[in-house]
Design a protein. Structure first.
Ligand code: FES
Length: 171
């Protein structure tokens, strides 16, 4: 009898979680196994991994976009786009914009000297009732405040450093 792909995937993920442990640090190795065997990381896979590692699916999604970005040779470059359309504007996008510029030390339309972050305006992202809305590569952040900007950037910098560290270790 053929086992449906989703069941096979679930069983594989369970096996890998057992192998690497159900800690947060197992996220990347498990994702790499899924990518190796299935050549992609589906939404369903992300959900199953999130359940097993007890991590929010949004976080899993963030790591997946980061990981895929690296694989595609973008070398950890993050494109940040802040919605400039009316609802987000009224919800406080100006303070968020200033915080982004201050934290990154660049203006909109520019990239950081190390090429890791670029800052752009976006038109409506369809999250108008949850503005200000922000996109980092493919990942959407809503109800962004200046404090949240700091946390978001800190998370991406941390992910980048972990990865650089791993790449150094591999060589
Ligand atoms: S106005 Fe910003 S998401 Fe629609």
């Amino acid at each position: 009898m053929m086992i449906p792909v989703q069941e096979r995937l679930k069983a594989d993920i369970e096996r890998w979680v057992k192998k690497y442990g159900c800690e947060r640090s197992s996220l990347l190795p498990v994702l790499q196994e899924v990518q190796k065997k299935y050549s992609r990381i589906s939404g369903h896979a992300m959900q199953v991994i999130a359940d097993h590692l007890d991590i929010h699916p949004v976080e899993v999604h963030g790591v997946v976009s980061f990981y895929q970005f690296l694989k595609e040779g973008h070398k950890g470059r993050f494109e940040i786009r802040l919605c400039k359309t009316i609802s987000c504007n009224m919800a406080g996008r100006e303070q968020v914009a200033r915080q982004l510029e201050n934290e990154l030390g660049i203006h909109f339309g520019e990239s950081t000297p190390d090429g890791r972050f670029s800052l752009e305006w976006a038109n409506c992202l369809g999250m108008c009732d949850q503005g200000p809305a922000l996109l980092v590569n493919e990942q959407v952040f809503t109800k962004v405040t200046p404090d949240k900007v700091h946390d978001i950037l800190a998370d991406f910098k941390k992910m980048m450093d972990v990865n650089v560290f791993q790449q150094v270790e591999e060589h």
